[in-house]
Design a protein around this ligand. Structure first.
Ligand code: SAH
Length: 222
């Protein structure tokens, strides 16, 4: 598949947001996948990138970006950098991107891939993204690419007025995208599509040891 074919696949799978489709049409996803998987870079699939992480399925990146409703001038926080692909798509859609990854090796390779692809304005941080980036907030939009038991409270706090947080919420085996909107003093939460992400591990996510349950469950059910 080519990048243009991926955009058409996303359209046929229900993505209607032209701005998001155009952004995906501009980001070289092949730079964000391991070299051995480059032939599959434009499949609408999540691919393993090592350290238990995946580059998200383009359909999910599109869904998250569409729910954020970005217009171009926003300051955005991306939690769970992984390959850096979602940060790159966000950089096509908004003004300022801060992305946080807990695994230093992934943060380093994402930073290199982002620079190579021309997204060197993206700030890559290493740390527990469930705590956000208080020194850089508040944020107009926050995208989380890992599953949480509930919207992490620190991220909700760092939403600017009118801001939106999109996060997969549910159990470790399946979630739904949740959209939390800050409207004045009020918070409104809605549920969107079903999804399956790797766990968000940290203070506002799952406990570290629960990660191992996944590997164990996966093996025992085979
Ligand atoms: N957006 C990424 C998806 C990566 S998968 C992409 O498009 O490639 C989710 C990532 O979240 C993994 O790399 C995982 O290490 C990371 N992660 C999990 N818990 C985290 C936390 N508390 N803070 C930051 N990153 C976290």
């Amino acid at each position: 598949m080519t990048r243009a074919e991926l955009v058409e696949t996303l359209r046929s799978r229900g993505v209607r947001d032209e701005r998001v489709l155009a952004a995906i049409g501009r980001v070289p996803r092949e730079r964000f996948v391991p070299t051995g998987l480059r032939k599959r870079a434009y499949d609408d699939a999540a691919l393993a990138i090592g350290h238990g992480a995946t580059i998200s399925q383009p359909l999910m990146v599109a869904a998250i970006c569409a729910l954020l409703g970005l217009e171009g001038g926003e300051r955005v926080l991306d939690v769970g950098t992984g390959s850096g692909y979602q940060a790159a798509v966000l950089a096509e859609l908004a003004a300022e991107i801060v992305t946080i990854e807990r695994i230093p090796e992934l943060a380093a390779s994402a930073q290199a891939a982002l620079a190579e692809a021309g997204y060197d304005g993206v700030e890559v941080r290493i740390g527990d993204g469930t705590l956000g980036a208080r020194d850089r907030g508040p944020f107009d939009a926050i995208a989380v690419a890992a599953a949480a038991p509930e919207p992490p409270p620190a991220l909700v706090e760092q939403l600017a007025p009118g801001g939106r947080l999109v996060v997969p919420v549910g159990g470790r085996r399946g979630q739904r995208l949740a959209i939390v909107r800050r409207i004045g003093a009020e918070l409104r939460t809605e549920r969107s599509v079903a999804c399956r992400f790797v766990p968000l591990v940290g203070r506002g996510g799952f406990a570290e040891e629960e990660e191992w349950d996944i590997a164990f469950d996966g093996e025992s059910s085979r």
